[in-house]
Ligand binder design. Structure first.
Ligand code: HEM
Length: 406
């Protein structure tokens, strides 16, 4: 039961999608935890906030992805996402996942380490040049976006000259993932633009295959057993590009902000007193780049933490709140990389667990220590505040002004 009328699940979700809630959802998450792990917003819409409850829903195939393409009407952005692995249910999901996951095994991702190191060092050199003489540079534009877009484009086989156009397009497209999603307008336009881009690239790789993921998926599409439809091929390539950098960009920006706010932590990570891996897991928990996902109850008789969920109900899963569940994490609002058993739900769990989680961790684990080593005087620009992206679902910064020279 809600402890006061304005802390009901309905009031909390309304506050979360307001500008203030998007900027700082954490007090609202704390209020939500006081109401219980699973709360009814209406008879058929539920808010799930407890760590154990969110974990349970993600791992139970009875809770499906809301993927019916007819739901999307004519909106190109949603129709596109609904055709991708991210919104697909069995048996189609397993077919797509087995094709794509071959490229993201721990061994293949581990082999990318030298590529990531080279990309990081090139970007650090460019940062040093731009920030010479104490000039301010935007970390988001000059590093946090550049690193993951470079790595995913290399995997996909996308020419370097095309990278710059993807940040605004991905940002417009993923606005459709917000709970109050703008599914047409700029999101639709971005879906069409990206569709045109990849249709052209697919054509090129069909005639001249390379050693890249686009060529591999085109070959899978064209194989006799036709393991991917044309629409699925396009949707998954766009998803891989966008998922490959948007969230990782946010992890890098969110993590750096924490280090800039806490010089003691920067010292501890530099000296190895706190391992980079522990810092990254805590950054993922504390400022999860993906704060929300959704599911639909696809069977009768589903129960989560003693709450019966009628078939057809919608569930809003607050990953960011689960990561700050006081029942799972003592003093959840404290950034503490020494936490034992830190397993945030930031990459999801179960069948749809993030396919790129090893890659994202690799990029962050190369980037943070090299950044700290290269720039001992790294600091926030005292005169210019960072600007957050105005989002609830994807949490990160639009700009993060820094100085690399003291
Ligand atoms: C810090 C970075 C990242 C975060 C926080 C993140 C988060 C997530 C989450 C929460 C999901 C599951 C959504 C759900 O179950 O509803 C997911 C799925 C996915 N992610 Fe990531 N992701 C990151 C990086 C990446 C990268 C680098 C790639 C690609 C190279 C990627 C590709 C995917 C794909 C393809 C899926 C769909 C998997 C499926 O539905 O089976 N992600 N990600």
């Amino acid at each position: 039961m809600a402890s006061s009328p304005d802390e009901s699940a309905a009031a909390i979700i309304q506050a979360l999608v307001s500008p203030a809630g998007r900027a700082d959802p954490f007090p609202l998450y704390a209020a939500a935890h006081r109401n219980g792990a699973v709360q009814a917003i209406t008879d058929t819409v539920f808010l799930v906030v407890g760590y154990a409850a969110v974990n349970q829903v993600l791992r139970n195939p009875g809770f499906a992805l809301p993927s019916d393409p007819t739901d999307a009407g004519d909106a190109a952005a949603l129709r596109l996402m609904n055709r991708s692995i991210l919104r697909t249910n069995p048996p189609d999901h397993g077919r797509m996942r087995s094709l794509i996951s071959q490229v993201f095994t721990p061994r293949r991702v581990g082999a990318l380490q030298p590529t990531v190191v080279a990309a990081v060092d090139t970007l650090l050199e460019a940062l040093a040049d731009s920030g010479a003489d104490g000039r301010t540079v935007d970390f988001m534009d000059r590093f946090a976006f550049q690193l993951p877009v470079t790595v995913i484009c290399e995997l996909l086989g996308i020419p370097m000259a095309d990278h710059h156009q993807f940040r605004p397009l991905a940002s417009a497209l993923t606005a459709a993932l917000e709970l109050t999603g703008d599914v047409d307008g700029p999101a639709d336009e971005a879906a069409r633009e990206l569709g045109k881009y990849f249709t052209h690239l697919i054509g090129e790789r069909r005639t001249t295959p390379g050693d890249d993921l686009v060529s591999a998926l085109v070959a899978a599409r064209d194989a006799d057993d036709a393991r991917l439809s044309d629409e699925e091929l396009l949707a998954n390539l766009i998803l891989l590009l966008v998922a490959g950098f948007e969230t990782t960009t946010d992890l890098l920006g969110n993590g750096l902000t924490i280090l800039l706010d806490r010089p003691d932590l920067a010292v501890a990570v530099r000296s190895g007193q706190i391992t980079t891996a522990a810092f990254i897991e805590e950054a993922l928990r504390y400022e999860s780049p993906v704060q929300v996902t959704t599911r639909v109850a696809s069977a009768d008789g589903l129960v989560v933490e003693d709450v019966g969920i009628p078939a057809g109900s919608d569930l809003i899963l607050l990953l960011g709140a689960a990561n700050r569940d006081p029942a799972r994490y003592p003093r959840p609002d404290r950034f503490d990389p020494t936490r034992a058993d830190n397993k945030p739900l930031s990459f999801g769990a179960g069948q749809h667990i993030c396919i790129g989680n090893n890659l994202a961790r690799l990029e962050a684990s190369v980037a943070f220590p090299r950044l700290l080593d290269r720039f001992p005087g790294l600091s926030a620009d005292p005169g210019r505040q960072p600007v957050r992206r105005d989002r609830l679902v994807l949490r990160g910064y639009q700009t993060l002004p820094i100085r690399v020279r003291a």
